[in-house]
Design a protein around this ligand. Sequence first.
Ligand code: NAD
Length: 297
Amino acid sequence: MRTARRVSLIVEGIGTYAITGSASGMGLHTARRLRADGHRVIGVDLRDADVIADLSEPHGRRAAADAVLASAGGVLDGAVLAAGLGPGSGGDRSRLIAQVNFLGVVEPLTAWRPALAAADRAKVVVIASNSASTVPLVPRRTINALLAHDPDKAVRSLRLLGERGSALMYAASKIAVSRWVRRHSVTRDWAGAGIRLNALAPGAVMTPLLEAQLAEPLEGKAVRRFPIPVGGFGAADQLAEWITFMLSDAADFLCGSVIFVDGGTDAFFRPADWPDSVPLRALPRYLWRFARGTETG
Ligand code: NAD
């Protein structure tokens, strides 16, 4: 069974994958890589994609989810959620980040869950960021508002910061999607339905998103100064290899992980913050969950 599956996915190439953000950067490189291996990719983006949709709008997210389901015939072997916006200027930037980077991930994914469950051991990779662990002082209320699917409240929570709030909204969106992945991945609906849900947390990767950040005077200076122990920036095709690996049979035992591929920045700033033992304050919840066992059996 395992061998047959491997042949069908890797050699015969009959897997069907949905990729948001397929027109550029890491999404584009992943789409190319999967297609080169013979898989079918249903790309979603604002342009140059199989499904043209604006994930910053509720109807765009719904239309994208429906179009992918119709095109896939109700069965998806995997999904990559790579559409996203970086921090930047413009009055509406924080709202767009909340809409695309959080709701544009979790709403389509929730709609695709039955199609992923219908496949044999489907894999999902959500593109988070090392901003989730390396940007200081991200307000908890912004993260909670996103997790409550309330982008207006999230935007209000940062309004005093003006345009500078977009960097915090970006980090908040990446913390929120990472938490969403970890919470949902282990449940009956996901792990119990055979779906492996994980996140990749890249550091600075040379894509049009990073180029736009580098072109902004203040933001660009901060990005160039940000410590990366291995030096330089990541390459989109390298990250696509990681994503493809996380979609492969090798990821059958990977569940709820946030994989940092960031040249060492997270380790540089947070060497002792994790892994760490369960603290005393978290022990009651830990023991309760231990006694209850997993929902997935
Ligand atoms: P990119 O700009 O090259 O690609 C992002 C894609 O998302 C684009 O094709 C864009 O059109 C699409 N997109 C944006 N808004 C959309 C919308 N409203 N509806 C539909 N599609 C939309 O960027 P990238 O660097 O490849 O980023 C991919 C993911 O990786 C993003 O989630 C980003 O936050 C994350 N990330 C990037 C870096 C980096 O340094 N490049 C680092 C960490 C995380």
